[in-house]
Write a protein that binds this ligand. Structure first.
Ligand code: AKG
Ligand code: FE2
Length: 339
């Protein structure tokens, strides 16, 4: 019963009054007035994690097409859809958990929604602490086999979060993802890094569709080929005129480099549209979510070697070099064996 959440209450950010169980909510569970306008939360609703056992067994693990997929992502249109990676039960559990959290957590930081708009997007952050199913999804062997040749076989998970667009949700500003997301002001970047000078990808995004993605409900829009250059999509009209929407079935996975111009589109349907968003980065990028600091002890204790690697748990830098063991820790002939 390791993956059961009990409603843990942490009173106020500064107070140390905590009840510790498997999962910790950082705030009192308190749907805000705003969220209650977009949710049908029933406070007595059953937590979907209580009734589901996560098994670390994978389907869709055939990697014979990985080379082609890597080519499509880097040199081709820049987006691929993969089907059959997760069972219906796993995807149902991920979606139900996220909807449960979105409807009970209160409002949170959103992402590229724009200032002063009504809150019709809900973000659920730091999912590694919020359900064992997410530990499973982020380690899918096929996804990792595609990421390794692009980001390095010591790439890390920079974030795992969800984006729910409620009916009427306005979608997002066309953008590029972390860590390029401040490229709208080039002065943040010391040398204008234009392709082909960009030899290294610094982000691959992996989205799991938690509902069918349709044009009507805001399927993520991408501008094919735009990952080959670095350009902040500041001309929204040109983006909308040339983008395509990544439609698919519940459980399908879409991958694209964070450099591709993209955004969530408006949800014009009468049902929510949920996306599980996983961000993978080379190890030298500072990750977006501070997962190592916040990770529950129980999650760390049961972490597979793969999960430890994805969280760079054993990567020692930045280090206090004065305090490291007096050994030769770098280079091909070193004792440095964190991988
Ligand atoms: O929810 C989506 O369709 C895309 C979300 C996204 O691109 C982001 O939040 O950075
Ligand atoms: Fe994005």
């Amino acid at each position: 019963m390791a993956n059961i959440l009990r409603n843990v209450v942490v009173k106020g950010a500064k107070s140390s009054t905590r009840t510790r169980t498997n999962y910790i909510q950082r705030d009192v569970i308190r749907p805000t007035k705003l969220m209650s306008t977009i949710s049908t939360a029933d406070p007595k609703r059953v937590d979907p994690r209580e009734a589901y056992t996560v098994k670390l067994e994978y389907e869709g693990t055939d990697t014979s097409d990985v080379k082609d997929i890597v080519n499509e992502l880097t040199l081709g249109p820049g987006h691929v859809k993969l089907s059959g990676l997760f069972s219906k039960d796993d995807v149902d559990n991920a979606r139900d958990t996220i909807m449960y959290l979105a409807e009970t957590q209160g409002s949170r930081a959103t992402h590229f929604q724009g200032k002063g708009k009504p809150e019709t997007q809900a973000r659920v952050w730091n999912l590694l602490n919020k359900g064992q199913i997410f530990e499973k999804i982020i380690q899918h062997p096929k996804i990792l086999a595609i990421l390794d040749p692009i980001l390095g076989d010591d790439c890390q998970l920079g974030s795992v979060a969800a984006n729910v667009l409620f009916p009427g949700g306005s979608g997002q500003e066309p953008h590029i993802d972390y860590p390029y997301w401040d490229y709208f002001s080039k002065k943040h970047w010391p040398v204008p890094p234009k392709s082909p000078e960009i030899q290294f990808h610094m982000n691959i995004q992996v989205t799991v569709m938690l509902h069918d993605f349709t044009k009507e409900n805001g399927a993520t829009a991408v501008l094919p080929g735009s990952q080959k250059n670095i350009h902040y999509p500041d001309d929204a009209d040109s983006f909308y005129a040339n983008c395509i929407q990544t439609e698919g079935k519940t459980g399908d996975v879409v991958m694209f480099p964070g450099l591709i111009n993209h955004c969530a589109m408006p949800n014009k349907s009468n049902k929510p549209r949920g996306a599980l968003l996983m961000q993978y980065l080379p190890k030298y990028i500072r990750p977006m979510e501070d997962q190592r600091r916040l990770l529950q002890k129980t999650v760390m204790q049961r972490a597979t070697p793969q999960l430890r690697r994805l969280l760079a748990v054993d990567y020692p830098y930045p280090a206090i070099m004065d305090e490291l063991d007096p050994i030769n820790s770098e280079g091909a002939n070193s004792d440095f064996d964190w991988k």
